[in-house]
Design a binder for this molecule. Structure first.
Ligand code: NAI
Length: 292
């Protein structure tokens, strides 16, 4: 299957090349599955890793049907990213099947709300085990081998705007994604200071995207992007070498995200209360700031 609108990739991202191997956690659905399709269309071989079950099996069949070399291009691996040993098993299975990995996307994520900051410690831990530790486990399993290959490599971690502007609603999710942002920034710094390293890290920040995670909707809401749009935007951004891959959607242009982020950091600079954007005393000030 060929894509006639392939965005140009810079030589910096020679990691995305025919015959190279990619690993995508959470690859059985949504943004991960859309990315798997895009990489297969570029001639890569792709391992999707997800929880065991019919979604993983169906995604593997779907990908193999679309892949230039069918089953030979696709590996489906059942795992729980919260378990570090599962990522080691994945690494070994991919190495045996495809050899060196040039593209690692730590993307698996969940969104159930465990509740208030002082409630449900098990629910909090379960969410952070997947959304934060699942990513760290992926990096810790794969990075050494990617560096040792001395070939161009990309590590993309899927964060969220909720990890940046931290809107009230699901605090545990916000915490997991803001920890992930900090971790990925530090990972990028560490990689660029690693002598001889040819591997870079990137933070994917999707907007509102219609996927398995967008609960409740059976049809794509008008404001949402599709997983395919996010995957295309990510590949274009990687081609430019962007670290922050800040996706718009159909209701939130980049300029609005920029204002929201600037207001959030302004809470510290202006000595406003935390999350002042949602504080009744600051409602008018925020509205007039947006209108400027
Ligand atoms: P999705 O639900 O379609 O895909 C997530 C995949 O992760 C699923 O296939 C799921 O089975 C898998 N997964 C969950 N827990 C796992 C575990 N413990 N081990 C292995 N696999 C596991 O959702 P979507 O939207 O494609 O999510 C991908 C990433 O994008 C997530 O990290 C999510 O937080 C992030 N994101 C999504 C947004 C949206 O509007 N859909 C917005 C911002 C971020």
């Amino acid at each position: 299957m060929t894509d006639t609108h392939l965005p140009a990739l810079s030589p910096d991202n020679a990691a995305i090349a025919p015959g190279n191997a990619a690993v995508i956690t959470g690859g059985a659905s949504g943004i991960g599955l859309a990315t798997a399709h895009k990489l297969l269309a570029r001639g890569m071989r792709v391992a999707i890793a997800d929880r065991p079950g019919s979604a993983l099996d169906a995604a593997a069949r779907d990908l193999a049907n679309a892949a230039p070399n069918g089953d030979a291009d696709v590996l489906a691996f059942a795992l729980d990213v919260a378990i570090p040993g599962d990522l080691i098993r994945l690494r070994d299975a991919v190495a045996q099947r495809f050899g060196a990995v040039s593209f690692l996307m730590n993307n698996a994520g969940i969104g159930p709300n465990p509740g208030k900051p002082w409630q449900n410690p098990d629910g909090w831990r379960a969410l952070i085990d997947v959304n934060f530790w699942g990513v760290v486990h992926g990096v810790q399993a794969f990075a050494d081998a990617m560096l040792a290959a001395q070939a161009p490599g990309l590590i993309v971690n899927t964060g969220s705007k909720q990890g940046i502007t931290t809107p009230p609603g699901n605090l545990a999710y916000n915490v997991s994604k803001s920890a992930l942002k900090t971790y990925t920034e530090g990972l990028a710094h560490a990689l660029r200071n690693e002598p001889g390293a040819n591997v870079s890290a990137h933070l994917l920040i999707p907007g509102f995207t219609f996927t398995g995670l967008t609960e409740g909707a059976t049809e794509k809401p008008a404001g949402a992007w599709t997983g395919e749009q996010v995957a295309d935007f990510m590949l274009q951004s990687l081609g430019r070498g962007d670290f922050y891959i800040l996706c718009p959607d159909n209701e939130t242009p980049r300029a609005l995200d920029e204002k929201r982020m600037a207001w959030a950091i302004g809470d510290i600079i202006e000595n406003r209360p935390a999350l002042s954007r949602w504080h009744p005393d600051y409602r008018a000030a925020f509205a007039s700031y947006l209108a400027k």
